[in-house]
Design a protein around this ligand. Structure first.
Ligand code: AMP
Ligand code: MG
Length: 511
């Protein structure tokens, strides 16, 4: 391991050029066990269109680097930064329940890991950077449309407090990319402490490369799981690590549910071993509340519908635990027993996290037995009325806690106002038990119920403008979504119900 101190070319700890960063690529040291060294393929006439200067500063990169030509060149995959070893990771996965023995980074190439300003490793990966040994029959590219969707969604989830990969930059190019129609190419620079997936372990297990599980797990634990890293007995350490992966995944999915987020393709290769939201494809934020909502038009059976996500999380974790069983015990039977007992923690953890999220959304500060029923009845009412998920909760935040001050704006979200009023009466009775001041309750609820989410139609508007060369719509939307809980009255139209044309937007795996 190289020095633990970040190398920077100025005393503020900021570097003006990506060449001055110290790039690490620890998995490249194991030959081709975990992936392959692969250089990006340059795009034609790339332009740096969007640069996340806040994230750049966190990474130790001077925001002024945005205007340097070498920054654009590197972030578009036109040149490898000095001292970096670009690398494509190997993984496999269960896609829609079916085992696919080899996937891997088919179009994402890691430039390497740098230490951010707080000393933590962050992997900078270029998605859409060209062919890799894992591209199979595909082209290694990403279209502008999907790159904008990933950029906006990852930053929106981050602002909502949901663990996710981040977006550092978007470079566009006029190079054609062939999907259902001819589109143009783009490269997203995405950033995460690690992009290792459940499928990174599964591929080793199914190939019976049991000895290779350990270095990968050790790397992850050492860098990203400090509590597990402090456990001295190796098998206990792995159990502590797996336990934390299970907890983080349960917490993550509870947070998705609480903002009406549907991932769309929860294959095990799209599940982060750090419990981050990763691989934004046909995701969606729900407009009208519908428990069985399917955001991905290619998911005909609704395997990854909104209300399936919690169970899919457990199914995916089971595949992950199976893959790392050799680390938990020397013999299969005790390993399976340990694995199963670890997985049993998932459901209670999820329920607790889910209720914590939704109690906050309802403005409840204590826990009462009947809170689940109060929530379920609200959700049933929303489902029956096709009420908008985001607006229902936000309007509840703004509705007076006392009956004599009226039922607006909450009841405006419902066609059955009487049912809405009956539910409000029960909610108010429940609020009384907590005794929070009105101001305190509203403040808490507004911090738990976003006013702005990345509705599909908003992303679509940003995409269409960008495809015509205007990135200002995306930039504005991105800025509003950085403060999703703030009222921002000057942007109120971005909190409106989707227009009629939005019903016809179809989102599929094509990206
Ligand atoms: P996804 O459905 O985007 O999570 O991708 C599933 C697998 O297909 C991953 O191994 C990707 O790297 C790979 N893949 C997706 N799109 C492309 C592409 N355009 N070129 C090469 N590989 C791709
Ligand atoms: Mg993927």
């Amino acid at each position: 391991m190289a020095s633990t101190q970040p190398d920077r070319d100025d005393p503020q700890g900021l570097t003006s050029t990506l060449d001055a960063l110290t790039w690490h690529q620890p998995l490249a040291r194991y030959g081709q066990t975990y992936g392959r060294e692969t250089a990006p393929t340059p795009l034609g006439s790339p332009t740096l269109e969007v640069f996340n200067s806040t994230l750049a500063a966190d990474l130790g990169i001077d925001p002024a680097a945005e205007s340097r030509t070498d920054t654009a060149e590197i972030l578009a995959g036109g040149r490898v930064p000095e001292g970096a070893t670009p690398f494509a990771q190997l993984y496999a996965g269960h896609q829609f329940g079916v085992w696919v023995p080899q996937l891997g980074d088919g179009r994402a190439i890691s430039l390497g890991q740098i230490r951010d300003r707080s000393g933590r490793f962050r992997d900078i990966q270029l998605k859409g950077a060209g062919l890799t040994p894992y591209s199979r029959t595909a082209d290694g590219r990403a279209v502008l449309r999907s790159t904008i969707r990933e950029y906006l969604a990852s930053e929106a989830l981050h602002a909502l407090g949901i663990p996710t990969t981040r977006a550092l930059s978007l470079c566009a190019s006029p190079d054609p990319v062939y999907r259902e129609t001819v589109e143009t190419a783009a490269v997203l620079a995405r950033v995460a402490p690690s992009h290792i997936r459940f499928g990174s372990f599964e591929v080793l297990f199914y190939r019976k490369q049991f000895a290779d599980l350990k270095p990968l797990a050790d790397r992850l634990i050492e860098d990203h799981f400090p509590a597990a890293a402090s456990v001295s007995d190796p098998q206990d350490r792995y159990a502590a690590w797996v336990g934390e992966v299970i907890e983080r995944t349960a917490d993550l999915i509870a947070r998705w549910q609480a903002v009406g987020f549907c991932h769309g393709v929860m294959n095990t290769d799209n599940m982060s071993a750090l419990g981050l939201t990763i691989d934004y494809g046909p995701y969606g934020f729900m407009d009208a509340y519908e428990p069985g909502w399917i955001c991905n038009h290619t998911d005909h059976i609704g395997r990854y519908a909104y209300d399936q996500q919690p169970d899919v999380g457990l199914w995916n974790l089971s595949r992950f635990v199976q893959a790392i069983l050799p680390l938990l015990a020397d013999e299969p039977d005790p390993a399976v027993e340990i694995g199963q007992s670890l997985l049993e923690a998932y459901r209670p953890r999820f329920v607790t996290a889910y209720m914590t999220q939704f109690r906050a959304k309802l403005g409840l500060s204590s826990r009462q037995e009947q809170d689940g029923e109060l929530l379920d009845d609200l959700l049933a009412l929303m489902a029956r009325d096709k009420a908008d998920f985001t607006r229902s909760f936000r309007s509840l935040s703004d509705t007076p806690g006392q009956a004599d001050h009226g039922n607006a704006p909450f009841h405006d979200e419902f066609s059955d106002r009487e049912a809405a009023a009956r539910w409000l009466a029960r909610w108010r009775a429940r609020l009384e038990q907590d005794g929070l001041s009105e101001q305190e309750r509203q403040g808490r609820m507004r911090a738990a119920n976003p006013r702005y989410v990345l509705r599909n139609y908003l992303a679509q508007q940003a995409i269409e403008a960008a495809q015509a060369g205007d990135f200002s719509v995306m930039q504005r939307l991105g800025r509003v979504l950085e403060r999703p809980f703030d009222e921002q009255p000057e942007h109120a139209e971005l909190a409106r119900l989707p227009p009629d044309w939005a019903r016809h937007i179809s989102v599929s795996c094509s990206s």
